[in-house]
Design a protein around this ligand. Structure first.
Ligand code: TXE
Length: 497
């Protein structure tokens, strides 16, 4: 094992006393209530963070509201875009430091942290920067009759919604926060972010870079703490106009409910699910296995869009499971700081325990564990990548999100039956269909209930392509031009002349 050396800036940053970031400065928070940040590769505490409370929530919301009505409202759309571009430059300039911080806090292999949490985040910022000058309304024809020769005209305006509260999960602590921040700032909103209590550090560093990029103080604020306490308190705050949340389905539902109860606050919910990947019989066994590895096992399966249910033609099933097991056995599992690592630990202890209990459930229900299904020895929260052959559509592992490196497999013979099985879930975030028969793929496209459908690919999201879930997997869409309607209010203006 050869680990990269941590930069001095990373070790110094970890040793600092951490709290929150409000009005362009670090704020200590409740020093008597501290939570620990654990490196999931070693199980060791690497930093501590002071819990936030009502005081920090109120300070951050007041600051964001003042900036929304003041400095940010007076900033031209062009300059808003320039701010986002300058932040993108600084993410790239400090790329290694941010990637290392992300990897030690989340267990993400360093190459992925570099590529996604930093590289892709800069790309997303530049995409949103381009939109800042292109958010417009329409001129409309009025249909009223004219009695005395009077005329009418009407137009619409897209107005920023106000202070946005962004609640962020632990799997992409920078990239998902940047999705919310870029969208909000491009539309003229200001934001208060609450990172996950497992990964609260990276955005504190990004907030410092935002100041260096010339983004005015208070446009971006960060309050750290638990979801139940800080998350709810932010949503309850009178200055909160909108909540944008990424995370689990049950938490998303309670966040949405609270936002509705608190005066119909606007919400975007990007939740999990139980995404399906279906391979048609024209695919070779090798291509199927390549597809499964791409769809289900990147970053230990801890990606909301990753596939967890795999449907394989019966004729290929045994060969696919055998080759997949062989490929997973050869996968390099180890330190996230080793550049050749393909799979690191699970991101935190609670999640690790949940995955171990999922293995147990599969055994109790009589599923065949074809590969893996156990914790790896040694320190840290490592498990073996796992392949499970289910018996029935109703099996728990075919229905409940594991969010781990577990693929559960069912065979099929009939493509009509396949469509029914793919849609037999309350969720609908993503799905993929793998075939060389494009005519068949196009016919199946309209029948698959998922907000994001990939053909011959899986898990790639792109700033230009709207992303979000159908059914219980969410509300609203991020990216493309679709995000604009979720961060602005539509105002109609009618005139008589
Ligand atoms: O997620 P939560 P957790 C899944 C994954 C994981 C499980 C639990 O299966 O094992 O969820 O992880 C904040 N009001 N996903 O507990 O609860 C919380 O502090 C306001 C899937 O980390 O969804 C964090 O910032 N906020 C997922 C954020 O919500 C609340 C990614 C997400 O937490 C809150 C991560 C409340 N009452 C985990 N309770 C995906 N699909 O992307 C919690 N939070």
């Amino acid at each position: 094992m050869s680990e990269i050396n941590l930069l001095e800036s990373v070790t110094t940053f970890l040793q600092r006393s951490h709290g929150h970031y409000i009005n362009g400065a670090s704020v200590a928070g409740q020093e008597n209530e501290i939570f620990s940040i654990v490196n999931p590769a070693s199980g060791e505490v690497i930093a501590t963070v002071n819990q936030g409370g009502d005081t920090e929530v109120h300070q951050a919301m007041q600051a964001a509201s003042a900036a929304f009505h003041g400095v940010w409202a007076q900033t031209s759309p062009l300059e808003r875009g320039n701010c986002l571009n300058r932040l993108a430059d600084l993410l790239q300039k400090n790329s290694e430091e941010l990637a290392q911080l992300e990897s030690v806090c989340s267990g993400k292999p360093i190459q992925l942290s570099r590529m996604l949490d930093v590289g892709a985040s800069a790309d997303y910022l530049r995409y949103f920067a381009g939109w800042s000058t292109k958010i417009t309304g329409e001129t409309l024809n009025v249909s009223l009759p004219s009695f005395k020769g009077e005329k009418y005209s009407a137009f619409t305006r897209r107005e920023p919604i106000g202070v946005v509260v962004g609640i962020i999960p632990w799997n992409f602590s920078i990239m998902i926060a940047i999705w919310k921040l870029g969208a909000a700032l491009a539309c003229g909103c200001t934001i208060v972010l609450k990172p996950s209590e497992y990964t609260p550090l990276t955005m504190l560093r990004v907030a410092e870079l935002a100041k260096e990029a010339g983004i005015p103080d208070s446009v971006i604020n960060i309050v750290n703490g638990s979801g139940a306490r800080v998350g709810s308190s932010l949503i309850n705050h009178p200055q909160c106009a909108k909540v944008t949340f990424t995370g689990s389905v049950p938490t998303g539902m309670s966040v949405g409910k609270l936002a509705m109860e608190q005066g119909l606050k606007r919400t975007t919910l990007e939740l999990g699910g139980k995404n399906a990947a279906a391979f048609l019989s024209d695919m070779t066994v090798e291509k199927i296995v390549d597809g499964i590895l791409e769809a289900g096992y990147v970053y230990q399966g801890q990606i909301c869009a990753a596939a967890e249910r795999f449907y394989i033609p019966s004729v290929h099933m045994d060969a696919v499971l055998a080759l997949l097991s062989e490929r997973l056995s050869a996968m390099k599992i180890g330190s996230p700081l080793d550049e050749s690592t393909e799979m690191g630990p699970l991101a935190n202890k609670e999640h690790y325990e949940k995955i171990l209990s999922m293995f147990e459930t599969a055994r109790q229900e009589g599923n065949e564990i074809v590969h893996g299904g156990y914790a790896l020895e040694g320190a840290g929260f490592f498990v073996a990548p796992t392949v499970i052959r289910a018996n029935r559509v109703e099996d728990t592992l075919m229905n409940e999100e594991t969010f781990g490196p577990i693929g559960t497999f069912l065979s099929y013979d009939d493509e009509e039956e396949l469509m029914t099985m793919m849609n037999a879930t309350p969720f609908g975030l993503s799905a993929s269909l793998w075939t060389n028969d494009m005519s068949k793929a196009m016919r199946m496209t309209s029948r698959i209930e998922a907000g994001m459908l990939w053909i011959n690919m899986h898990t790639f999201v792109d700033p230009a392509v709207p992303f979000g879930g159908m059914k219980s997997s969410g509300m609203g869409r991020e990216f493309g031009s679709a995000f604009i309607e979720h961060y602005t209010e539509l105002k109609s203006v009618m005139m008589r002349y």
